[in-house]
Design a protein. Sequence first.
Length: 430
Amino acid sequence: MKVVHLQKYLLVFMLSFSSVISVAQTVVIDGEIRPRIEDRDGFTKPLLTTNDPGVSAIQRTRIGMTFTSAALSTQITLQDSRTYGQTPNSSSVATTGIFEAWAQMLIAPGLSFKIGRQALQYDDGRLFSASDWSNTGTSHDVALIKYCVNDFQGHLGLAYNNNSIISSETYYSPISNYRYMGYVWLTKNIADGINLSLLGVDEGVQDTVKTKNGGNYLKINMYHAYTFGGNLKYSNESLPVSALATAYFQAEKNNMGSKMNGKMLAMKINYKFSNIISANIGTDYVSGDNNTTDGTQSNFKKLYGSDHTFYGLMDYWDVALTQGLLDYYVGVTGKIAENLSLAGTYHLFNSEFSGKNSKGIAFGKELGSEFDLIVNYKLNPWTSVQGGWCTYFNTNNTLIAKNIITSAIIPAVRTPQWAYIMFSIKPKFL
């Protein structure tokens, strides 16, 4: 009889203990299967009529394992990125790698430390973005101190890269754009509906000029490139209008030792007419360089933001010309049904300065325009489908700037178009 009572007590204790553990910690295993089929008929640049458009299918597959407790959080994400047919049906070559592998530890109330390979996403993704559209995404090897109290957040990030384990200093081949990086991000609501965020980045970039003739540094020799600025955002749920203003500036030196004097300015206004339809209008300015021999880089250096979110979906100017970029755009989004939406955006592109292409042929500031049409459909809680069709209205300036026109003869090009369909399937396995 005593044995029976002992078994009952033991069973109650085990159930109680398991309940406490289940409340204190959580384990989630989820995944993503994201195939995309694209028809590229002038994507990134116009296509000559002597060529046929390219059709390809790609897929990104991820499996993520997350552990969360009161004092510790970890994330490990395995990723496979491929083009269909790129790997033989039978192959011993490994293609899966790690996209994220980090641990975050609570140090004190509001203060935590996060270290490992991780995606960095700040504000609207101009300087740092996970680049979700990309088939591989973007992540960094970084140590991060995070502080959060009420509506104030502050992040301090530090990173240092090498090609391999070293015992003495060697030249770092720029697999990443930076050898060293440190950044500070601060955000706070400064008034009702108004949020201010500030971001400053210090990149230690390896000097690449003195290595052209086979030179190799035995001591650290880095230039420091500074990018700093922020965002001012207005949003009020009781009002139909919201706005975002962005400004970033650059200083010090690039990897060639030239002084940096770039700037990027943007303004966007959104207006919600109803729960069904909304519109936006905005402009982006990326500074250009009108004199590349004066020892100063006046064009804005792009960092690690989204390649696809800004400046049109056909990616003609995702990296702005040396002569800079002006992007004027207007867009409309409509909710056709509970699980179906439609968005259209028109862009008008100009450079800040006229310039010359690689063959010395001059082009003017007008770079053409683009129209993007996107359809989103929510199939079920785990699956969404997105389709897009985009077209670019090029000019001779477009063809010259893209090095299509390289002589007095103007070649015939196809009407630039790009279409795709993408499935995003995100199951939770555990």
